[in-house]
Design a protein around this ligand. Structure first.
Ligand SMILES: Nc1ncnc2c1ncn2[C@@H]1O[C@H](COP(=O)(O)OP(=O)(O)OP(=O)(O)O)[C@@H](O)[C@H]1O
Length: 252
């Protein structure tokens, strides 16, 4: 058994009156991939965002319970949210590179965190692009605009950008939903490599994808974590009737 990277206990989240997450408890092991599945509006993205306090920016949000990252409650009042987001990086659904060069996209985070040395930045850019399986495709055009890359390349660039600040955990919100099957396969393959060094939590609408890539799967319904178990088990022999209905397509 690996170390626990994320420990969520009795987490409730309200958007004003709307009770969007209901008493969620979940533990994520280091160097594993956890997939969050469930019908639209069930709270997957909301839950993902609680793991690096991205909901803090939304007005009227109230959160109860705790989220610990390596034993530290991230909702404690003394937590430096900027540092937290460095530890817990995020990749979004649509690739969103900055309108800057490929190099500057990857160097952006390290620069913000105070790294100025060109040699050091060069090193980080190369390492991050290699880790995101993009280096060979872009090494001769690092000064070109990132927006000129294909969608799949842009998403791998966004992964490289997230990795450049050396996070411990990577959150991904449907990272392949805007990509073609070949780019999707590349990212899925990449995730298997990345989990050697990172812990990954990924929202996906695609159950086949969850089954292919994740170690554990969490099924959400109406803000409730209905079932959380080993991916093989959840898809072959779910404990709960609601899960079975969903994975067999009788619902959602
Ligand atoms: N900023 C917000 N303000 C108010 N309600 C919100 C907000 N964001 C989400 N919600 C509501 O919270 C619930 C959960 O939404 P969430 O986006 O987390 O679901 P989801 O499972 O990720 O859905 P999808 O698969 O469609 O992205 C929904 O009922 C949604 O309408």
């Amino acid at each position: 058994m690996g170390q626990t990277a994320i420990e969520v206990r009795n987490l409730d989240l309200y958007y004003g009156e709307k009770h969007a997450l209901k008493d969620i408890s979940m533990s994520v092991e280091e160097n594993s991939i956890v997939a969050l599945i469930g019908p639209s509006g069930c709270g997957k993205s909301t839950f993902l965002r609680t793991l690096n306090r991205m909901n803090d920016m939304i007005e009227g949000v109230r959160i109860e319970g705790t989220v610990e990252i390596y034993g530290e409650n991230i909702y404690h009042k003394d937590v430096d949210v900027e540092m937290l987001r460095k530890r817990v990086g995020m990749v979004f659904q649509a690739p969103n590179p900055f309108p800057k060069s490929i190099y500057d996209n990857v160097a952006y985070g390290p620069r913000i965190h105070g790294i100025k040395s060109k040699a050091r930045l060069d090193e980080i850019v190369e390492k991050s692009l290699k880790a995101a399986a993009l280096w060979d495709e872009v090494k001769d055009r690092l000064k070109e605009r990132a927006t000129g890359l294909s969608g799949g390349q842009q998403q791998r660039l966004c992964i490289a950008r997230a990795l450049a600040v050396e996070p411990e955990i990577l959150l991904m919100d449907e990272p392949t939903s805007a990509l073609d099957p070949i780019s999707t396969a590349k990212i899925e393959e990449l995730l298997q490599d990345l989990k050697k060094d990172y812990t990954i939590v990924i929202v996906t609408h695609n159950m086949q994808q969850a089954a292919r890539i994740s170690d554990k799967t969490a099924y959400f319904l109406n803000g409730v974590l209905v079932e959380y178990s080993d991916t093989d088990k959840l898809f072959s022999n779910p404990e709960r009737k609601e899960t079975e209905d969903y994975i067999t397509g009788r619902f959602g």
